[in-house]
Design a protein around this ligand. Structure first.
Ligand SMILES: [Ca+2]
Ligand SMILES: [Ca+2]
Ligand SMILES: [Ca+2]
Length: 250
């Protein structure tokens, strides 16, 4: 069995708790606060989630359709986070029958193709927030916005997080005439990137949103997913709806 299938199946079983159940479209209900657990073992950023720490990480598997309103299906997605003294780690497992990366250039408009996105806003009472957009081929767009209305991507994408990214595509990637299974993204974002927020301590809470664009030969329009329910008048920048994440020990 291909590795990604093994992982997705294993995660599906954990998420559902029922061995005969297929991947549930909406996954498990999200907890009120996502617990980011510390890892004492190093994470190798190689696009493979075979570190034991990833298996102990809490999962986010309930996603909501942002667009189109009449989306006939949802693309199963599982997100995990971990942290240690040096990095915030992200892992996205994205089922996708038609994997396509728009560009391999850093800070390009990668969301014109398939992407996994992570927005993080350390302070609810400040306007500062960060955006990370990762394509299946491992290309990264990153930006630090001092506020939502200060100029957007063109002004702030020159910011560089020095995040380390690796990805695995299970399928043929750019070829649409066959069916892919999906892709995995693994990322390590150094705390130095969050110089306005600083490195969190145990118990620190930030807010975040996890997102996807899924372009597909099977969809009339790209499918846009978000990790929180409700309205999003500013799209993925609607940080009022972001969920809470709390940094905890193991
Ligand atoms: Ca790894
Ligand atoms: Ca950048
Ligand atoms: Ca796709």
């Amino acid at each position: 069995m291909p590795r990604i299938m093994t992982i997705l199946l294993a995660v599906s079983l954990v998420a559902s708790g029922i061995a005969c159940q297929s991947l549930a479209p909406l996954g498990a209900p999200a907890p009120d606060v996502y617990l980011v657990r510390q890892t004492e073992q190093p994470i190798t950023v190689d696009g493979r989630l075979d570190e034991p720490a990833w298996q102990r990480a809490d999962i986010i598997s309930r996603f909501f359709v942002f667009s189109p309103a009449n989306a006939p299906a949802i693309s199963p997605t599982i997100v995990r986070m971990l942290w240690d003294s040096e990095y915030l780690y992200l892992a996205y497992e994205c089922e996708d029958k038609d994997v396509w990366s728009f560009s391999d250039q850093p800070d390009d408009s990668l969301w014109d193709g398939d992407v996994a996105e992570f927005f993080v806003k350390p302070f609810r009472d400040q306007t500062l927030y960060y955006e990370f957009v990762i394509a299946p081929n491992g290309a990264l767009y990153d930006a630090c916005y001092p506020s939502r209305g200060a100029g957007g991507a063109n002004r702030f994408k020159s910011w560089n997080s020095d995040a380390r990214i690796a990805s695995t595509i299970n399928g043929t990637g750019q070829e649409h005439r066959d069916d892919d299974l999906g892709y995995i993204v693994e990322a390590a974002i150094p705390w130095a990137a969050f110089r306005d927020a600083g490195k969190p301590a145990i118990g620190t809470e930030w807010t975040f949103g996890a997102f996807r664009y899924d372009y597909s030969k099977l969809f009339e329009e790209p499918l846009l997913l978000k990790s929180f329910p409700g309205d999003a008048p500013h799209g993925f920048h609607s940080y009022e709806g972001y969920g809470d994440m709390r940094f905890v020990s193991r």
